[in-house]
Design a binder for this molecule. Structure first.
Ligand SMILES: Nc1ncnc2c1ncn2[C@@H]1O[C@H](COP(=O)(O)OP(=O)(O)O)[C@@H](O)[C@H]1O
Ligand SMILES: [Mg+2]
Length: 416
């Protein structure tokens, strides 16, 4: 233990008020995360962790350096693990303070995070349910779960047991994520379900999260359940969202371009070129379905011994149905692009930015053209969802196809 830490543990002033936590990779102690004077924080790898050949906890924290300093607040890797939106608010109320920092949230709810890293508070904060809305069963479930899940939509970490789903309890690792409709968008979960099955039909060779609409024990509303791709019977699997891989804080998830993700894949050692093509195909299928919310936290890569690989696709929602018309990230050099203004040249410029061969792009458009009727069938034959939302989705897919995608072949051959 470093002198600095010894000093913290002994409670010497003035460092006694600074926060710190133990960081684990799977079940292995990996190092210490601590608040430093000023707004800085640091993560220091444990020498034993490094000496025994363990992997990096983040692509942005290479093991060549024992200590990683963040000049303002949490390092982006940790910042992106913290809850956002509905869950962040519920967790903040449990800590019963007027202002709760992201470090405090991570310490209190860092047991069950995205990926294989977890954070343990040596002196766990006392939680209180006084400020929770007792009439909201999903809000009450936050009291027992110790999960940090990002994203704005109301969600809970849940556990599957003998065909039923339960909110995760203290010390329990979740197996699934339950998402609920948000106050303004009652059919949000149905939208995500239908958009995801249509997406799967458009790209049948790609991976999309398994999802279904299910009841959660003790919770009044049904939820959209997705199987966690970062959990197996053996425990945690590591992945990072692109926001982490690109070293951005959670709040910067909209600041940038699709090209940056492609540049990352094409320059990082051991990333396969096919991942670059898969990424492009996912962006196209998402746009065809009106998903304007594809920001840097909605794409991610697994850490595997062979290198970084895309995780299954998740959070496919036709946000256009709620009038979110601006495409989240810059596309083909254009920022704040309205999806209705998307031209074939924007998609082709993006393919050039991704350095994709024209033949591959042309093949992809042919595949989408062939598969769009399967996507419509998947929507129409779904036992989940009413006719109104199904019709809306199909209409917008047709409009996008006719307005942009159908003209690609022509534009490509003109360019050639
Ligand atoms: N099936 C999954 N397995 C593991 N992690 C997931 C899965 N789905 C989402 N996540 C993680 O949870 C975060 C929030 O989920 P997401 O579906 O994007 O919610 P929101 O719609 O609120 O943005 C994602 O950014 C990702 O890190
Ligand atoms: Mg999301």
């Amino acid at each position: 233990m470093s002198d600095h830490l010894t000093c913290l543990v002994k409670g010497n002033l003035p460092l006694a008020n600074l926060l710190w936590g133990k960081v684990y990779y799977k079940d292995i102690f990996a190092g210490i995360l601590r608040e430093e004077p000023g707004d800085r924080t640091s993560f220091e790898y444990d020498p034993t962790y490094l000496n025994t050949g363990n992997p990096v906890i983040s692509y942005t924290m290479p093991i060549e350096s024992m200590i990683h300093i963040s000049q303002a607040g949490l390092h982006p890797f940790f910042d992106n693990l913290v809850a956002e939106g509905w869950l962040e608010h519920a967790q903040s109320r449990l800590l019963n303070k007027r202002h709760v920092s992201r470090f405090e949230l991570l310490l209190a709810f860092g047991y069950d995070c995205a990926g294989a890293v977890s954070i343990a508070d040596p002196e766990p904060a006392r939680l209180t349910k006084q400020l929770l809305d007792m009439s909201d069963s999903k809000e009450m479930a936050v009291l027992t779960s110790r999960a940090s899940l990002s994203g704005i939509q109301p969600k809970l970490a849940v556990v599957a047991r003998e065909g039923k789903y339960y909110p995760a309890t203290v010390g329990e690792l979740s197996t699934h994520i339950a998402k609920f409709p948000s106050s303004g968008h009652a059919d949000l979960t149905i939208n995500e379900y239908l958009t995801s099955i249509a997406f799967k039909a458009l790209l049948p060779d790609d991976d999309v999260v398994d999802l279904s609409i299910e009841a959660i024990e003790g919770i009044t509303e049904p939820a959209l359940i997705t199987k966690r791709f970062d959990r197996t019977l053996e425990g945690r699997i590591h992945f990072e969202e692109f926001n982490q891989l690109l070293n951005r804080k959670s709040s910067s998830k909209y600041d940038g371009s699709h090209k940056e993700m492609s540049d990352f894949i094409r320059t990082v050692k051991d990333c396969l070129p096919i991942e670059n093509y898969r990424l492009y195909a996912r962006i196209l299928a998402g746009l065809l379905l009106g998903n304007t919310d594809m920001h840097f936290k909605n794409f991610a890569m697994f850490h595997t011994p062979a290198g970084l690989r895309l995780t299954p696709s998740y959070d496919q929602v036709s946000a256009v149905l709620y009038q979110y018309k601006t495409i989240a990230l810059a596309i083909g050099g254009a920022s704040n692009m309205q999806i209705g203004n998307l031209k074939p040249k924007n998609l082709i410029t993006m393919a050039d930015e991704f350095a994709l061969p024209r033949a591959a792009v042309s093949m992809l458009f042919k595949q989408l053209s062939r598969n769009k009727s399967d996507a419509k069938d998947a929507i129409l034959s779904s036992s989940i969802g009413h006719n109104n939302i199904k019709d809306q989705l199909i209409k917008l897919m047709d409009a996008r196809w006719n307005g942009t995608f159908a003209l690609i072949g022509q534009t490509l051959s003109m360019k050639q």
